[in-house]
Design a protein around this ligand. Structure first.
Ligand code: ATP
Length: 140
């Protein structure tokens, strides 16, 4: 029995990660789920949030937004619409994105796409917490 699984994270633009890992926790559209080596085949849509994985006893964090995760043959493939390792997150950009979303929420205005604004706010908050989690774990 293998004691690691291969984790691959790709977006339409690039390969974000390809690593043997000990555990993956991912933000499924219906809630967080965990994957250990030798997991049964599994498919889930992804929400907005932080995927984390363990390697060499350390925790690593990756922001993901939308897409799918598939587990098959001791490999987990994440096809994300957007993904960034914690170390790649520009915290000032995320902070500004959060401020813009909060300002749109505060003003009573017509022509605001509230669902889009809510998704932008959730992305910004998740990016900030991803960077923070990575810093606390000493892995970004
Ligand atoms: P912004 O309003 O700052 O563009 P956003 O949430 O609308 O934020 P996305 O549509 O999710 O941005 O992503 C567009 C591209 O920009 C993607 O390639 C994504 O990886 C990158 N990106 C967005 N925000 C950040 C960030 N804070 N740090 C690093 N890359 C980012």
């Amino acid at each position: 029995m293998a004691n690691t699984l291969l984790l691959e994270i790709v977006t339409p633009d690039r390969k974000v990660l390809s690593e043997d890992v000990e555990y993956v926790g991912a933000p499924g559209a219906l809630g967080e789920f965990g994957v250990l080596p030798n997991h049964i085949p599994f498919l889930s849509a992804l929400g907005i949030g932080n995927l984390h994985f363990k390697n060499g006893g350390k925790s690593y964090y990756v922001f993901v937004a939308g897409g799918f995760a598939e587990v098959s043959g001791n490999k987990m493939t994440v096809l994300a619409e957007v993904a960034e390792k914690a170390s790649e997150i520009d915290i000032d950009r995320a902070r500004k994105a959060r401020e813009r979303a909060e300002q749109r929420t505060a003003k009573v205005k017509e022509n605001v796409d509230w669902a889009r604004n809510q998704a932008a706010l959730r992305r910004a908050i998740a990016r900030m917490s991803c960077r923070e989690s990575g810093s606390q774990a000493g892995t970004c």
